[in-house]
Design a binder for this molecule. Structure first.
Ligand code: HDD
Length: 698
């Protein structure tokens, strides 16, 4: 175990990016306080005054410097994806991808490419809650030996719009409304739904955004998608269309909406805390990289346009080839310096990866540099430690705000003779990037291809692919969001759009928001489904899941020990929750340390609940109304609940049926009945943890 851990640590130190960052890290431990000029400061609590009740003097350089820096400490937050959280890691390809691409970091399975990944919500401000209903950003910077490659994706494989010129409109519609700046980090308002109803290319994406994908359980349990069709090019110059996927090793899991809303208040940092803690506990999040390939000759052989970012490539038709794995194994040292200052850009590519004419992608290629210029204050943001490539960079772009490098010599132009034409362009063989020579011709027009016109087929494909419970969640999400819209007209328009997708969906949403289903509507006739789109077909393991163990003095020590052993084996973590912090004692004197109280903790912060047996422990817990709330929330959020020996009264007090006949028939409710069953109890409870028990009758 120790060796394995040591190896992981070694990996981190082998990481070239980490070595580079080490040159910039500063540790203040055992250091004297100085000004930014290096002058030691003798007092940091009193400004320099004329007399002890007199005015502050302008001469006080320490006060001036400290205050000026403070006054300038904020930079503009990102216009979208403002709230995010990031971690370092490594990526390794499983086998050479030379057949498809010449990108060096995809050739050799022995090569570890450092990565920095920033996850984010899209709509909310920097200080908003993590668990809002929203798309999640999933942006990866690979520090390759050929330069930085950024895969700037989302956790949903399609997008709202087909052309980047509409991006400001989309964003203006979902951001807080300009006249009153309400609501924060939510699309449940008139302008967003007005946009959706009047820009029907968003129909497919809105189905995803109203699905469980928009309320992920954890950044560690969501997929990532490059969204656009990119191009891979191999050493022979052959190009192929490609879509990129990240598949989380822990499977794809979500919260339920009521839970997500409660977490937003109980712990707005839920997702960042989850990521931070997992890495601190060495439960390193892992994602496999997958590619879908379409040969150029097949470009027109599908019922969607490969350049249309509102379309996915069904995995059953175009399989995802798993090509490598990314492991996030190191938290940042400083969120501002790293997470906030990282500048992602879909235009950062390496030889072997190229663009397509997807009009959304083309527009993005402009926007990302432009936004960093205002956000990071000038053209030298590539020199900020987190953005520096790990390979050397040389060009004639000198000067500008905050220039760090000191470029020597008089020559800053090309061609030159004074410096042998250096820095000189590299040939393709030397690694010079040569754009894929795609033939393009056409007239200058402001128009979209007719092949982008089908807005509903894949929206219906997505709907068809959902299980019943996922469909119910989608209907409820629409009812919630559109139900918050004030304009009756907009509500009706949304239902009208939905009636082009599916009649049941349209009828159910119409009922919920008091709108009419348009007579004679013609929903999409697509009958196919794509099982890969349903989260019910994902992996579910107890590893890294969080279990709340409710216990008080007098708990049943043997039972608790058996359950804890099983939970530990499964990789789940358990927090002991009781009335007060400190230690609790079983009847036979065994002690357990309490990690949180009924006041500081809440059911929504855990994946499962276990009420320990033991008559007097149960009695104490039953006297607390918070225990009842714990159980009721866990039950209504479909979570696994283990009821220890003699703990049935707690269940009863919460009004939850035990379903005993003689074992409980209530899904995910595991009740300890007989002592010889302690093994079964512990095992069943552990197995039930990663699942939501949807068949519960609520
Ligand atoms: Fe974007 C940030 C993902 C369309 C313009 N975008 C941003 C981030 C992610 C995405 C993950 C946060 C990066 C980070 O963590 O620092 N964006 C996407 C995806 C899109 C997409 C998957 C569609 C497929 N974006 C898109 C368009 C435009 C932008 C069409 C404009 C034409 N996006 C931006 C931006 C941001 C940004 C304004 C804000 C902060 C930043 O770039 O660095 O330039």
């Amino acid at each position: 175990m120790e060796n394995k851990d040591q190896k992981k640590v070694d990996d981190v130190f082998e990481n070239r990016k980490n070595e580079q960052l080490e040159n910039y890290r500063v540790d203040n431990k055992s250091k004297k306080l100085t000004t930014n000029q290096g002058l030691k400061v003798s007092d940091d609590e009193h400004s320099l005054k004329a007399g002890d009740r007199g005015p502050t003097l302008l001469e006080d350089f320490h006060f001036r410097e400290k205050m000026t820096h403070f006054d300038h400490e904020r930079i503009p937050e990102r216009v979208v994806h403002a709230r995010g959280y990031a971690a370092h890691g490594v990526f390794q390809v499983y086998e050479s991808m030379s057949e498809f691409t010449k990108a060096k970091f995809l050739q050799d399975p022995a090569v570890k490419t450092p990565v920095f990944v920033r996850f984010s919500t899209v709509a909310g401000s920097k200080g908003s809650s993590d668990t809002v209903r929203d798309v999640r950003g999933f942006a990866t910077k690979f520090y390759t030996e050929e330069g930085n490659y950024d895969l700037v994706g989302n956790n949903i494989p399609v997008f709202f719009i087909q052309d980047a010129i509409k991006f400001p409109d989309l964003v203006h519609s979902f951001k807080p409304e300009p006249h009153n700046e309400i609501p924060q980090a939510s699309t449940a308002h008139d302008t967003f739904w007005d946009f959706i109803a009047n820009n029907t290319e968003s129909a497919h994406m809105i189905m995803w955004a109203m699905s469980d994908r928009a309320i992920p359980r954890s950044y560690r349990m969501m997929e990532g998608f490059g969204v656009h069709t990119y191009r891979l090019v191999n050493a022979e110059g052959k190009g192929r269309f490609v879509k990129f996927h990240w598949k989380p090793v822990l499977g794809v899991h979500s919260l339920v909406w009521d839970e997500a809303q409660k977490i937003a208040g109980k712990d707005p940092d839920f997702h960042r805390r989850d990521l931070w803690e997992a890495i601190e506990m060495k439960n390193y999040p892992e994602y496999e990289l997958g590619i879908q390939i379409i040969e150029e000759v097949d470009e027109f052989n599908f019922d969607f346009d490969v350049l249309d970012p509102t379309k996915l490539w069904p995995e059953e038709k175009i399989p995802v080839k798993i090509i490598g794995k990314m492991t996030l194994n190191q938290n940042v040292d400083n969120v501002f310096a790293e997470t906030e200052q990282v500048a992602m850009h879909p235009g950062n590519v390496v030889p072997g990866i190229d663009f397509t004419n997807d009009p959304l992608l083309q527009g993005r290629l402009f926007s990302y540099t432009d936004t960093q210029l205002i956000r990071l204050g000038g053209p030298n943001f590539h020199e900020i430690p987190i953005n520096r490539p790990v390979c050397p960079f040389h060009n004639n772009q000198y000067d500008g705000y905050h220039r760090m490098t000191i470029n020597k010599g008089p020559v800053a132009y090309h061609n030159n003779s004074l410096q042998n034409n250096d820095p000189s362009p590299a040939t393709e063989e030397e690694g010079g990037y040569v754009h894929y020579q795609e033939k393009v011709e056409g007239r200058k027009i402001r128009k979209r291809s007719e092949s982008f016109e089908d807005h509903y087929s894949q929206a219906k494909l997505f709907w068809n692919s959902m299980s019943n419970v996922e469909k119910k969640h989608i209907i409820k999400a629409f009812r919630f969001e559109v139900g918050k819209v004030k304009s009756k007209d907009v509500q009706q328009q949304v239902v009208n759009v939905l009636s082009n997708i599916d009649s049941t969906l349209a009828e159910e949403v119409a009922k919920g928001v008091g709108a009419a289903v348009p007579a004679g509507s013609s929903p999409s006739e697509v009958t196919e489904s794509s099982p890969a789109l349903s989260q019910l077909n994902t992996k579910a393991v107890p590893k890294t899941r969080k279990v709340a163990l409710l216990a008080a003095d007098g708990f049943h020590a043997e039972e608790v020990a058996a359950v804890l052993e099983e939970l530990e084996k499964s990789g789940a973590t358990t927090h002991v929750i009781s009335q007060n912090l400190g230690m609790i004692k079983s009847l036979d004197g065994k002690e357990l340390e309490v990690n949180g109280t009924l006041l500081t903790e809440d059911s929504v912060l855990y994946d499962a609940l276990y009420v320990a047996g033991g008559e007097s422990s149960v009695e104490k817990l039953a006297a607390q109304k918070e225990t009842k709330m714990f159980l009721q929330d866990a039950f209504s959020h479909f979570k696994a609940i283990g009821i220890g020996k003699e703990a049935l009264p707690v269940l009863k007090a919460a009004g939850i049926p035990d379903g005993l006949e003689p074992v409980s028939s209530v899904p995910g409710l595991i009740i300890y009945q007989k002592w010889e069953e302690k093994g079964r109890f512990a095992k069943e409870l552990t197995d039930a943890i990663p699942l939501r028990h949807w068949d519960r009758q609520l």
